[in-house]
Design a protein around this ligand. Structure first.
Ligand SMILES: C[S@@+](CC[C@H](N)C(=O)[O-])C[C@H]1O[C@@H](n2cnc3c(N)ncnc32)[C@H](O)[C@@H]1O
Length: 316
């Protein structure tokens, strides 16, 4: 389907309060949806945590998740791994307890439990007690209270700053590409301020045009970097709404933000996880280059489809 049809539908939906929810429905129609969400959230959460060497036994540890989305699986996995407190924030309020129940029951599968046992600070008995409590809970509040998770939908960064001053672990999963540059700048400044001296931040960012994403509405005829063809005004016309917005920034922009904020990039891993079909460089709009402090090479803007950046406070 032509991407402009999806863009038009999303634009119409964005005028309704239920737009975000309605937009999410097609992806939930797959019979394996909940199973797949659990698997994805579980392994992405453990994969990111695996990249850091934070001693959870040394002292009580606090984590911040930016961009909860539709699932609180990741914060619960962090609780099971051994974090003492987890704050998860989003600009929307999309969590449903019914959906959570359908997803969390997957944890009883052996592969997950044994994986947790290897990585968690808790012994098998404690881990099973915790999992059983969550499985038997009747309300979202019970689960959040028990797992010491604070869920803050519709958050304002100023409110977070009033209540919290430090985090040992700050992470996000495919969220930063939905945040406009001016807000990203603020988040990176706060990240520098909030990270403890031995803390880590790990962010996975998807750099591609989401209208090329798989699904019923996928446009199979466009490059995964199609959005780089447009000036800001035109792109804003198609995607400047709370459902479709993506910032079109490449990994280079995030590396610049780290440099500006004196954050140490411990690692950056760029990936191409699907067929790579970059645009002809002559099609990339000049305005795209203006977002960057150092003028990037056009080919670098299409180098990676997704990437994970691992950061620490620069103490030197
Ligand atoms: C693609 S979803 C990813 C959700 C979740 N992390 C996951 O992996 O399923 C992107 C999420 O980022 C949230 N988001 C967008 N802008 C944000 C911001 N400035 N701060 C926090 N979350 C934001 C959206 O509301 C949405 O829930």
């Amino acid at each position: 389907m032509h991407w402009k049809i999806k863009a038009t539908l999303q634009k119409i939906l964005s005028f309704s309060n239920l737009g975000d929810v309605l937009n999410h429905i097609p992806s939930t129609l797959n019979s394996n949806y909940h199973k797949n969400v659990f698997k994805y959230q579980f392994f992405e959460c453990v994969r990111k945590f695996d990249q850091i060497s934070l001693n959870l036994k040394a002292k009580p540890r606090t984590a911040l998740e930016i961009g909860t989305g539709y699932s609180i699986i990741a914060p619960i996995i962090l609780f099971l791994l051994g974090f003492d407190k987890i704050l998860t924030i989003d600009i929307t309020n999309d969590i449903s307890f019914r959906t959570f129940k359908k997803q969390f029951k997957e944890i009883t599968t052996n592969e997950y439990i044994s994986f947790l046992e290897v990585n968690s600070i808790h012994d098998q008995k404690t881990l099973n007690e915790k999992i059983n409590f969550v499985l038997a809970s009747h309300t979202l509040k019970d689960v959040l209270d028990y797992c010491k998770i604070e869920y803050k939908p519709n958050y304002l960064i100023e409110d977070i700053a009033k209540k919290h001053s430090s985090f040992d672990y700050i992470y996000s999963q495919v969220v930063f590409e939905h945040i406009p540059p001016n807000k990203l700048k603020l988040i990176f400044t706060k990240m520098k301020e909030w990270l403890t001296d031995d803390g880590y931040a790990v962010h996975t960012i998807n750099f591609i045009d989401h209208f090329a994403n798989p699904g019923v509405f996928q446009d199979k005829n466009i490059s995964e970097f199609n959005f780089l063809r447009f000036n800001n005004k035109k792109w804003n016309f198609w995607s400047g709404n709370n459902i479709a917005y993506t910032n079109r920034l490449s990994y280079l922009y995030y590396l610049e933000l780290c440099e500006e904020n004196n954050l140490k990039v411990v690692d950056f891993t760029g990936e191409n996880y699907r067929k790579h079909s970059p645009l002809d460089l002559s099609l990339i709009h000049e305005e795209i280059l203006l977002e960057y402090k150092k003028r990037p090479k056009k080919e670098d803007l299409q180098k990676f489809q997704r990437g994970t950046i691992l950061l620490k406070k620069n103490l030197s």
